[in-house]
Write a protein that binds this ligand. Structure first.
Ligand SMILES: CC(C)(COP(=O)(O)OP(=O)(O)OC[C@H]1O[C@@H](n2cnc3c(N)ncnc32)[C@H](O)[C@@H]1OP(=O)(O)O)[C@@H](O)C(=O)NCCC(=O)NCCS
Length: 159
């Protein structure tokens, strides 16, 4: 699960991460969602605000547990997430763009960006997790939240 996103973390780092996620909604700058299949939690998906190349943006990231991958779950969660972020972006002084930064080698995540209608701007390097000293070579994918056009291509119904 962590192969393309900085590797495994210690129990302490995971707990600190979990506390940050729990605190996100209060900040009004983002939210972490559980992805449910029926009553079962099979993944997570989030958005939050950050600064990127002198612009305030929204960033998203996603996880689906291995037994559930390849079934369109991230595509469905991503579609739902984009609707939530579009609504949040409708408020005054909110970012206009949603970005995703998958590692250039993360084939499923790059395919997902394409599937969800993001545009590939190019490759970039940045530190992830912040403060880790680990540099990720990532693709910068961007979705214009003011553009209500659906993804350029689809594969039938999302589930
Ligand atoms: C990225 C991830 C969330 C995708 O979840 P998923 O539910 O398996 O994705 P979906 O089934 O909705 O498929 C999304 C796209 O990925 C493609 N895909 C899925 N598994 C793939 C694989 N192993 N190799 C290449 N493409 C793959 C699908 O074909 C689909 O693309 P398409 O619409 O062009 O056919 C999942 O692989 C994951 O959790 N990875 C580990 C964590 C991670 O790296 N997160 C991303 C951080 S940026």
């Amino acid at each position: 699960m962590r192969h393309h996103v900085g590797g495994p973390e210690s129990e302490e780092e995971l707990l600190a991460r979990h506390r940050r996620y729990l605190a996100m909604p209060e900040t009004g700058r983002g939210c972490m969602f559980a992805v449910l299949l029926g009553d079962e939690m099979v993944g997570s998906i989030a958005y939050h605000q950050r600064d990127w190349q002198e612009e305030r943006i929204y960033e998203t990231g996603w996880n689906v547990l291995p037994p559930y991958q390849g079934r369109g779950i991230a595509a469905a969660a991503g579609t739902a997430l984009i609707a939530v972020v579009r609504e949040a972006a409708g408020q005054p002084d909110r970012p206009r763009h949603l970005h995703a930064f998958p590692s250039v080698e993360n084939a499923p995540s790059n395919a997902l960006c394409n599937r969800l209608g993001f545009t590939l701007l190019g490759a970039c390097d940045f530190e992830y997790p912040v403060g880790s000293g680990t540099l990720m070579h990532s693709n910068d994918w961007r979705l214009d939240l003011a553009d209500s056009a659906p993804p350029s291509r689809g594969h039938g119904e999302t589930r």
